[in-house]
Structures are given as C-alpha cells and as structure tokens.
Design a protein around this ligand. Structure first.
Ligand SMILES: Cc1cc2nc3c(=O)[nH]c(=O)nc-3n(C[C@H](O)[C@H](O)[C@H](O)COP(=O)(O)OP(=O)(O)OC[C@H]3O[C@@H](n4cnc5c(N)ncnc54)[C@H](O)[C@@H]3O)c2cc1C
Length: 434
C-alpha cells in the first residue's frame, strides 16, 4: 500500500497494491476492466460523475439524442466491482516524490501505481480568444449549450425583420472538416431541411446556410481519397457549403474570416483542434505541440516507472510509423495493455513489452442516411456504411435502455424527421443569442 499522505475521506485502506486511475473515459475504464480479478485496490477519480460516449456527442448538440442516452454514471457502471472505489473529484497535480494525487479540494490520494487517462479538450491553435465565439464540443455541457445556440438561432430568425440579421442568424459555420465537423454539418443541414420547416411560419429553415470551413485540401483528411470525395459530394447534396484550403484567420462576435472571406454567422462551432489535458504539466515532463505526454513504448511516463499515461493525453507511435490516433479504440487498447502490464509487474515479471496499436477501421456519418467506412481491406460508403456505422455505435453504448432509446430516436428521425431532444435549456428570458 502506498505510504503518501492520505487526506481524502471515503477510502478503505487495505494492504493491497493501490492503482489510482485518473479519468473514467474510454482509456481509464478499459484499465479497470483489464484489472478484473487482479490483486489490487483500484481508485477511479473523475471530475464528472459520468462516462461519456463522445462519438455521439454531436447528436446531442443537434437535438437528435438526449444526454442520458450517451452518458452513464461511473459509480453505477462500476457497482459490481468491489475492488473499485469511485471518486468525484478534480485532480490538479501529482506529487511524484510522495506518490500522491493532489485534488482540487486540497486533499491527496496516495498510489502505488498511477494511470493518467485524462483525455483532451479543444485547442484553438494559439487563439484561445476564439473560444468565446466558437465553442467546441467535448462535454455534455458543451453539447447542450451548442444545441441551445442552434435552436435559439432559428427562434430568433423567426422574429427578426431585418433580412441581413436574419441571414446571419440562419448561417451556421463549422470549423474543421474532420469526422466531427462533417457529422455536425450534415446533421445541422438535415435539421434545417427535414425536421424544422413545418414548425416555423415566417422563415423557411431550408434556406439556412451551413458552412464547413477546412484549412486542408479535402474533407476527412486521412481517409482514402475516394471516401473523402464521396463525403464532400454527399455533404454538398445536403446543401452544405464547403470551403477548402483557406485557414480561419479571425473569429469574433457573430463573424468568421477565412482566406479573403468574412462571413456573418451567429453560430460558429469549433471542430478543428484538440489540446491534451495538463497531465504533462502536472509531471513536468516533455510533451508534443498538442500538450500530449511523449510516453515510453510501454506507456509509462519517462522518469516515472510507476506512472502510466494513455489515450488522448499521450503521444505514441504506431507500428506503421504514424502516430496512434486520438480515437476511442486506441484509448481502449492502451487501457487493456496497461492493465495487463500492471498484472505482470505484480507477478514479478521484469520484461517491458511495447504497446502495439491495431487500427480496426474508421467510420463517419454524413447526414441521416449515409456514412463512409474504411477498414483497410474494404471500403464502404452510402447506405451500407450507414447501417454498419449505426450497428457499431449501438453495440458500444452501455446498457439495453440506452441502446433501445437510441434505436427508437434514430427510427423516428429516419422515418418521420422528428428529433425528440429539441430543447433550449437555459433560464427563461435568456433565450436570445448574446
Ligand atoms: C465530439 C467528439 C467526437 C468523437 N468521435 C469519435 C468517433 O466517432 N470515434 C472514435 O473512435 N473516437 C471519437 N472521438 C475521440 C474519442 O472520444 C477519444 O479519443 C476518447 O474519448 C479518448 O479516451 P480517453 O480515455 O483518453 O479520454 P476521455 O474519454 O476524454 O476521458 C477523459 C476523462 O478524464 C476526466 N478528467 C479530465 N481531466 C480530469 C481531472 N483534472 N481530474 C479528474 N478527471 C479528469 C474527464 O472528465 C473524462 O471523463 C470523438 C471525440 C469528440 C470530442
């Protein structure tokens, strides 16, 4: 058992090796799963009480799904694991000398082995001032705020008499044409074209302008060319306007500038860059330009053999020479690897095997009826890929209730164009866009 100062309450002290896992995202929970039956006590610390299925977060932001369909209380997910203690707390630092995790409330949790799986947030390429005007999508709060912003824009446009201002209200700009940007653009276009028209009397929501702004030469950079081209054409068919090769140079109140163009848009959403959690700063170790810890091949932090780090908060190479991507399967594989490595250490095995990433494939949805899928050996697009995309996402949701809820919602969207979660959740009187 760790001997560092233990000042947090609610922890059972045993003589077993204590593994503290910070972050109950895909990576952290995968470590917990992999350590099942190991001779350890596990403490899971997360600043939120829920595990979030981020791949469907854009569906909450676009009123397709409710938050509770893609997020689950960590405590209940781990209720059957008597070896696990769950703590709702924010980590603010690590005392590596004393082997303790420092919490925001001033308390400290000691560890024998520490796993940092604290993920990432949006990064604004040195322009943090843009965040106020172009929020990113990472948490349930982000998603419900963006949902409120999108729906309120239509509401305000309905009451607006000035055509210029009405145009700005009905312009939705999305920065970054990676999977999240593409999925957001396609779904906002669907919302405007199929779901909303019958509900408004003054405006024709089908005339809403959805703009996807990408600095690179193509949408879905990194996908095979044929799939990227297909995605671009499919988005254009949905009415999405795509700007390629012109980086954003300015974002301010209600306006975005890219290349030589300035467009008035009341809603601007950031889906471009990510920045790792401050785990590298906590440990004072080297990080890459996105703030990710440059870990050893066995996912330990250089200089700290008792500390593992994984998922979106680390940079590590893949066998083909590229970097392991910041996606859920990578975090899960790393988590399983770390759990196994801890077991082997406790069994007295000194060998340090390197982590080897296996890419299982990439999927992205385009509007409500199409998707693309790349598994290396096979590439799919259109409706077939959409079914595969749907099945894969349903499979990875937690519990029967969430699966049924999501299937029902998708059925309603698919057949009736109805989106159940069309709620602006702000205090009454604050529905105007500021
Ligand atoms: C909008 C969006 C869409 C995505 N779509 C896909 C997709 O389609 N397919 C795919 O494979 N991947 C997708 N991803 C990426 C995928 O979600 C991440 O790669 C994955 O979540 C990384 O797992 P992780 O465990 O490293 O971090 P996370 O899952 O982000 O978990 C980190 C956890 O750490 C906690 N935490 C952070 N800081 C602290 C702290 N200081 N104290 C305590 N707790 C803390 C957080 O609350 C969180 O629960 C998407 C991501 C986003 C944001």
């Amino acid at each position: 058992m760790a001997v560092g100062a233990e000042t947090a309450r609610g922890l059972h002290m045993t003589k077993r090796h204590r593994v503290v896992i910070v972050g109950a995202g895909f990576g952290g929970l995968s470590v917990v799963k992999s350590l099942k039956g190991a001779p350890v006590d596990i403490v899971v610390i997360d600043q939120r009480n829920h595990h979030l299925f981020q791949p469907l977060l854009y569906q909450v932001a676009t009123a397709s799904l409710a938050p509770s369909e893609i997020a689950w209380p960590i405590r209940s997910m781990l209720r059957n694991r008597r070896d696990v203690t769950t703590m709702l707390a924010t980590v603010i630092g690590i005392d590596t000398a004393g082997k303790g995790v420092l919490l925001a409330d001033g308390s400290q949790i000691s560890y024998d082995t520490l796993v940092l799986a604290t993920g990432a947030r949006h990064g604004y390429f040195g322009h943090d001032e843009w965040e106020a005007f172009a929020p990113g999508l990472k948490t349930i709060e982000d998603a419900t705020a963006i949902r409120g912003q999108i729906l309120a824009a239509f509401e305000e446009a309905e009451l607006e008499t000035d055509p210029v201002r009405q145009r700005a209200l009905l312009t939705f700009a999305i920065v970054g044409a990676g999977p999240t940007g593409v999925e957001l653009a396609g779904t906002i276009a669907d919302l405007a074209r199929d779901t909303l028209p019958r509900d408004f009397r003054t405006i024709d929501t089908r005339g809403a302008r959805v703009l996807l702004v990408e600095a690179g030469p193509e949408v879905l950079n990194g996908y095979p060319e044929e799939l990227s081209t297909y995605a671009r054409h499919a988005l254009q068919k949905l009415g999405v306007e795509i700007s390629l090769g012109a980086p954003v140079t300015h974002i301010g109140e209600g306006a975005i500038t890219f290349g030589e163009r300035r467009v008035e848009a009341k809603t601007i959403i950031w889906a471009a860059g990510v920045r790792a959690s401050p785990a590298a700063e906590w440990l004072d170790v080297a990080s890459d330009r996105n703030g990710r810890i440059v870990v050893e091949p066995d996912l330990t932090v250089p200089g700290f053999p008792a500390v593992f780090a994984l998922g979106d908060t680390v940079a590590i190479g893949a066998p083909d020479g590229s970097m392991v991507p910041g996606i859920a399967p990578a975090a899960k594989q790393e988590g399983a690897f770390v759990g196994e490595a801890i077991r082997r250490r406790l069994a007295g095995e000194a060998r340090h095997t390197p982590f080897r990433y296996r890419h299982q494939g990439s999927l992205a949805q385009i509007g409500k009826r199409k998707a693309i899928a790349d598994f290396g050996w096979i590439r799919l697009r259109g409706a077939t890929a959409w079914w595969l995309w749907g099945l894969a996402h349903i499979y990875f949701l937690v519990g029967v209730r969430a699966r049924l809820g999501v299937v029902l919602n998708w059925l309603w969207i698919y057949t009736r164009n109805e989106r159940a979660a069309r709620l602006i959740t702000r205090p009454a009187g604050e529905t105007e866009l500021d």
